[in-house]
Design a protein around this ligand. Sequence first.
Ligand code: SF4
Ligand code: SF4
Length: 473
Amino acid sequence: MKNYHTQPTSEEDQSLYAKRQKIYSRRSYGLFSNLKTLSGFFLLGIYYLLPWLLWDGRQAILFDLPARKFYLFGLVLWPQDLIYLAFLLIIAALTLFFFTTLAGRLWCGFACPQTIWTDVFIWMERLVEGDRTQQIKLDKAPLSGRKFLRKTTKHTLWLIFSLATGLVFVGYFTPIRELTLDVIKINLSGWETFWLFFYSFAVYGNAGWLREQVCIYMCPYARFQSAMFDKDTMIIAYDEKRGELRGARKRGENYQAKGLGECINCTLCVQVCPTGIDIRDGLQYQCISCSACIDACNSIMDKMGYPRQLVRYTTENMLEGKPTQVLRPRILVYASFMLAILIGIGQALSNRMLVQLDVIRDRNSLFQETEAGLIENVYTLKVMNMDNQPHTYEVSATGIEGLKIVSEVKITVEPGDMFEAPVRLIVAPNRLPRYSTKVKFTVTAIENPELTITEEARLVGPLVNNPSPQLGQ
Ligand code: SF4
Ligand code: SF4
């Protein structure tokens, strides 16, 4: 039995907690760095500009939660349309799986908000503190006026950017123009204030402080994406056969004679890595496929006069000299699912009924008798206009001979709005076949009779010929 009171050996003494070592990544230059900058500009542009876009005089994209309406350009989605959003999320997930199987962590390296915002924060850091070497020097130096000023400037820039990002985020849920005015006047509601600061500090914390730790320890996708990898998935890898043995040499020197490969062991690929790994150690889950090491190594290969692509996009099969297959069963399965769901959504959206009707019976009384001896039932009709233009709807009721509506039968509803109208039905008691009879309300747009919907309700009244009430059809 193990004695827990003995002194731990040095091996047992090791802490499982590893303190984070700050990564000072060097800037990389080249094709992939340029592509990454372009992708960042494009995606950030979409994020920051989209809520400012107007469509038919209103915000083009607005998730109006209090009114329970989602505006997507010309489309107004109601809670009952959430199924479309659910399917859109499924398509987004399938697209991610598809591209991961095909091209590895393309999303992580070029499109993930964590990567893009971290890049912006690193850019601001370099702007204020300089490149890698200057940053290391500054952090090692004792606190001075210069150091204090630089650190304060950097955090101020980070905070301004984070607050702008938080404001835009809230602007997807509340009209952004009014929100901006409210921020200037310091007149925000409690919820707006909470979400503005919550999202701003999430960006500041994740992109400014946590950075690669989000990818390595917090992101679930980083953990399960390896399940989508196979030997034909595109990865970024170091060509060991070409590179080893690694070692320093002079330019133009016959390195083969010294038994060396093409890696000069300059460690530039490690210095540019935002997650601080060495790509030469093989495929690692910390690698976010940002391609910085490809650009860095290519620049060294150019300087040495060696062929490029010692570190490159490749597949495990290619590295082993085997052919790579692009069209594989799982790729085809993901693509077919995506296509099937896309076609389904397209069809469902094109056949979507642009008018909705809810009929609610008055709960205060089952029925009333009018002065003329007729039976009256009262209902509330909720008519939702899900179209982009206003409509005037005509209301009709059927189901019992002689059934009449005694309220206004025309209802005008603005686009994306709902109108509640009280409606009274009357009928002679001797026309009632049962105690509770099914009736149908139909609402039809006068300008476009194709916009029509029918909803069932019950009309209740006493039976003249058979006074014992019976429920039934
Ligand atoms: S190993 Fe290369 S591709 Fe992977 S994260 Fe580091 S720099 Fe980016
Ligand atoms: S950048 Fe290229 S040459 Fe330099 S250490 Fe990395 S793999 Fe070797």
